[in-house]
Write a protein that binds this ligand. Structure first.
Ligand SMILES: [Zn+2]
Length: 180
């Protein structure tokens, strides 16, 4: 596992804590933390002004994302060490599901069906995430958290951390921090 430049002092603590937590969840000898050694891990710690954009859209509605072997976490003032650990586990969940072509296809087909059933995917494009307006919908907390892959990653992170530090917690914490 590599940590890119831009990390702050808590980065190592977050990663070490997460590896230790995953080791405790070693089922049937399948050690997820061992396979994490191959992952490039990038943790960005910007304030909101440094949020990157995805196409023309700001990533402000995202706390982090996993792309290829990179995991990007936005360590804003609305996060805590524990919530960043939860976030890292959540993104590791996405990363795990993309490690294998079969599981990636399984998730893509299931997600497409989910968005079709929800009326968000109408078949205008061959792939649901190219559907007009998809990303606008996906940024809504309710739509985001109902997504099968998001749901799995939320369950995974919450099981290991012991409490749900997902979007409802994050939204409440934004209000709390802004009120201070
Ligand atoms: Zn996610």
């Amino acid at each position: 596992m590599k940590i890119s430049e831009g990390s702050i002092s808590c980065t190592k603590q977050v990663i070490n804590d997460v590896i230790l937590m995953i080791r405790r969840y070693n089922y049937f000898g399948a050690d997820l933390s061992a396979s994490l050694n191959d992952a490039d891990l990038t943790i960005l710690i910007p304030d909101e002004s440094a949020y990157p954009t995805l196409g023309n859209e700001s990533m402000i509605e995202f706390r982090g994302y996993a792309k290829g072997n990179n995991i990007i976490l936005f360590f804003t003032r609305y996060e805590t060490i524990k919530s960043v650990e939860w976030l890292l586990l959540h993104e590791i969940g996405h990363w795990v599901l993309m490690q294998n072509q079969a599981s990636a296809a399984f998730m893509a087909i299931s997600r497409q069906q989910h968005y079709k059933a929800a009326g968000i995917y109408k078949g205008a494009n061959t792939i649901y995430y190219f559907e007009p307006g998809f990303h606008k919908e996906y940024m809504k907390d309710k739509v985001h958290d109902a997504d099968p892959e998001e749901n799995l990653s939320n369950l995974f992170a919450t099981a290991i951390i012991g409490e749900d530090l997902g979007r409802p917690w994050w939204r409440a914490n934004i209000e709390k921090v802004n009120a201070q």
